[in-house]
Design a protein around this ligand. Structure first.
Ligand SMILES: [Mg+2]
Length: 237
């Protein structure tokens, strides 16, 4: 499986490239936040401070509020960021943070040779911890896609602007998403739980809206309902 990193891979032209969102698409972010609240007493944070932080987190949900950085700041006298990260990853072990069907879906994509990436918005430390939890859950390290942490939410528009059109047709996948490989994709599909993140005026960039929370299909489908054949159909033009 392994190949020398010094040999430049040739250009791959593929029908489909898949970009996953992380929070509330691949992982249950609410469950992760619950893990944090339960772990905080172990860091010696007084109950009163935890309650205040809970209120702040609730009121600022959806904003760029980096909960982990707030915690890191408050416990910095007793714990380094690395210690905090290790404690949270360990605390998450007995919880179901990653949606159950994710490993199967990524495995199917890998089997069909569909290149993919994760594009996620949020504070660096928070996202790193969640990505570490995902990587451990996947067990097979080859299933973990390249990751791009961004400071904006306009994923489809970003891809439209950064994936230049190849001379032969198709889009050159930005290196940040391709893991450094040269990949030309006829279609890029973004899988995200927020419609505005998917909005773009381009025929070769499509979105699939995920709604893992609600029981209706009003807003989107659950990640577990997304099948490999449904994804592969996007690559057929
Ligand atoms: Mg999300």
């Amino acid at each position: 499986m392994s190949h020398s990193a010094s040999i430049k891979e040739p250009t791959r032209h593929v029908p489909l490239f898949v970009v996953f969102d992380l929070d509330r698409t691949l992982i249950d972010t609410n469950a992760f936040v619950e893990v944090i609240w339960r772990a905080l007493p172990k860091l010696g944070m007084p109950g009163r401070d935890i309650e205040a932080l809970k209120e702040e987190e609730l009121s600022r949900r959806g904003e760029q509020f980096d909960l982990i950085s707030e915690i890191a700041e408050r416990v910095s006298k007793s714990h380094s960021k690395e210690q905090l990260a290790a404690l949270l990853v360990e605390a998450a072990e007995s919880w179901t943070i990653v949606y159950g069907e994710v490993a199967g879906l990524l495995g199917d994509l890998k089997q069909y040779d569909v290149p993919m990436a994760i594009m996620t918005y949020g504070g660096e430390l928070s996202q790193q911890i969640k990505l570490q939890i995902l990587a451990e859950d996947l067990k097979d390290e080859h299933l973990m896609p390249p990751v791009l942490i961004v400071d904006h939410n306009e994923k489809a528009k970003w891809i439209d602007q950064n994936a230049t059109i190849a001379r032969e047709g198709g889009r050159i996948v930005p290196f940040e998403l391709s893991g450094g490989d040269t990949i030309i994709a006829d279609k890029i599909v973004i899988i995200d739980d927020k419609q505005p993140n998917l909005d773009v005026d381009a025929d070769d960039i499509e979105g699939i809206l995920i709604d893992n929370q609600s029981s209706s299909h009003e807003y989107g489908i659950k990640i577990g309902e997304l099948t490999i054949s449904q994804l592969l159909r996007h690559g057929v033009s």
